[in-house]
Design a protein around this ligand. Sequence first.
Ligand SMILES: Nc1ncnc2c1ncn2[C@@H]1O[C@H](COP(=O)(O)OP(=O)(O)OP(=O)(O)O)[C@@H](O)[C@H]1O
Ligand SMILES: [Mg+2]
Length: 315
Amino acid sequence: MEEAVPAKVSIVREQKDIGFVCQDASLRHAMAGLENATRLRMPIHLHGETGTGKELMARHVHELSARKGEFVAVNCGAIPEALFISEIFGHERGAFTDARHDGAQGLARLADGGSLFLDEIADIPLASQTVLLRFLDSMEVRPVGGKTSKKVDVQIISATNSDLTDRVAKRQFRADLLYRLNAYTLKLPPLKLRQDFSAIVKRLMDELAPQAAITDAAINHLRKADWPGNIRQLRGVLQRALVRRDMEYIDEVSFDDLVIAPEASSEVCDGCRGHPLNQHKCREIRQKYVSAGHNIAETARALGLSRTTVYKHVF
Ligand SMILES: Nc1ncnc2c1ncn2[C@@H]1O[C@H](COP(=O)(O)OP(=O)(O)OP(=O)(O)O)[C@@H](O)[C@H]1O
Ligand SMILES: [Mg+2]
């Protein structure tokens, strides 16, 4: 008779389909605390290069928070400096020249009961940073020209692709505002370093052309490219390849505009070329070096090798 398997007590929750690919171990690890952080209403800060999925993640945070209110996104870089405060906090009727005749409630109040996504926060004008800081401290909104404040309940999410600590050092961004916003920071890795690269390619293919196929060779070819525009750029490259192939399939010669990173294009180092026994190890070291963001020490640590050995194979 088969022995009954005891139910395993596990603290690893099943991964739900969250609508986008997230199988990368480092990202999943970083996301583990997200739900608790939103439960504690901590401001969430998303940092990552352009096209790494910050907006998608911000929407996910809103869903995690299970708030009934709206998800209100504000592109801080797109609002003229003079209008920033009134856009966010609203204004009373006729508060300033050009103010809307009937006043405006502002985005912070619109997000009451929901989430306010402050995108591109590095672009918030310095003068407005002070007002925003005051709001984050009190969660009270007072419209321009108004006499009374109203308390709101808003999940704050912010995002940037800039190095904010550098901007703080240059006095372009207030340190106290940064510490208010980045209570819980999630870093979105660049596409080049993601372990779930092929899952991302397949997900994009499903979205773009579910009937079309992509070969493993094509995915490997894509993996070697440089991706300064990250997932957004990958989507564009796949779209163009699909158009070239009449939406039927993509193979490794379907791409017309891929820039292959020089260190990844030569698969083994000069010393190992022609030595089949060394090539496997060499390839592993070079791949790890790329995925470790060109960091010799990290590559050496991950593979249990000396730095000198890694150095020999990557240069
Ligand atoms: N994990 C993912 N799986 C599938 N598609 C993704 C994923 N992350 C992002 N994308 C897609 O990549 C594109 C860019 O994502 P998004 O706009 O969220 O990036 P971003 O970091 O906000 O970029 P930017 O800094 O330029 O504003 C979108 O089309 C999005 O659907
Ligand atoms: Mg964005």
